[in-house]
Design a protein around this ligand. Structure first.
Ligand SMILES: [Zn+2]
Length: 242
């Protein structure tokens, strides 16, 4: 391989030249995102979302947008394709949703749904930890008092792809444990703050409900949940003519 070609290949490996949202190459990128994709996700407006049926114990939930299009691609690139520089723009989007979900100016404490140890290893870091920290930093830049804390750890879990909603809810309830140091910090910080629980995507809501209930049992009230994306559940086929 000629040296120039090898250099080009290595450069591409280190600095992906294609947009993480649309995959186009040759566009100027900021934090791995082209201007068109940045505009697309920037036009999303956070709104309340509610799984149907909502699981018991699920706090009010706000999502930035549907799990589709550029938002979905950026999340997948960040979580599954190692595009870690997306933490900053995705954290900024999450901060917007937090701002929409909380009273203006109120100090916020951001908790998050953690990765399992295996997922965090595969991703070279807990992806929600990175997003929660980036969101808190963005809120502070905007003049808000904001901190991120980690009172939960995720227990190893079996593959849940083929489980029913009820089985997933039961699995979610058993999916977390409290981190004693993290929970102490949250107990100290939470009074006077609006406490929000963050995740990347809400589908059935069972994960957010289970994490919220575990925190409530430890004396930490979750005031609301904020996610980047909400999936639309595919309803079971109904007979049209019955
Ligand atoms: Zn793009």
């Amino acid at each position: 391989m000629p040296a120039a070609t090898l250099w080009q290949a290595l450069a591409d490996l280190v600095l992906p030249a294609s947009c993480a949202g649309c995959g186009r190459s040759g566009e100027p990128l900021r934090h791995e995102v082209c201007a068109a994709c940045a505009a697309a996700v920037g036009s999303l407006r956070a709104a309340p979302t509610r799984p149907d049926p909502p699981p018991p114990g699920l706090p009010a939930c706000v999502a930035l947008g549907p799990y589709a299009g550029e938002l979905r691609e950026l999340l997948l690139a960040f979580k599954e394709r190692g595009r870690h520089r997306l933490a900053r723009p995705l954290g900024a989007l999450l901060a917007e949703a937090v701002a929409a979900a909380t009273p203006p100016g109120a100090p916020v404490l951001l908790l998050y749904v953690p990765d399992t140890a295996a997922a965090a290893r595969a991703r070279h870091g807990d992806h929600m930890r990175l997003l929660a920290r980036a969101a808190a930093a963005r809120l502070r830049e905007a003049g808000r008092s904001a901190a991120a804390a980690a009172p939960l750890r995720a227990l190893p879990k079996a593959d849940s792809a083929h489980l029913t909603s009820a089985q997933r809810a039961a699995g979610a309830a058993a999916g977390f444990a409290l981190r004693s140091r993290g929970i102490e910090r949250v107990r100290r910080t939470a009074p006077g703050c609006v406490t929000m629980l963050l995740d990347d995507i809400v589908t059935t809501g069972s994960t957010l409900a289970a994490a919220s209930e575990l925190l409530a049992g430890a004396g930490v009230r979750v005031d609301g949940c904020v996610t980047l994306a909400a999936t639309r559940r595919i309803q079971p086929q109904r007979a049209i003519w019955s």
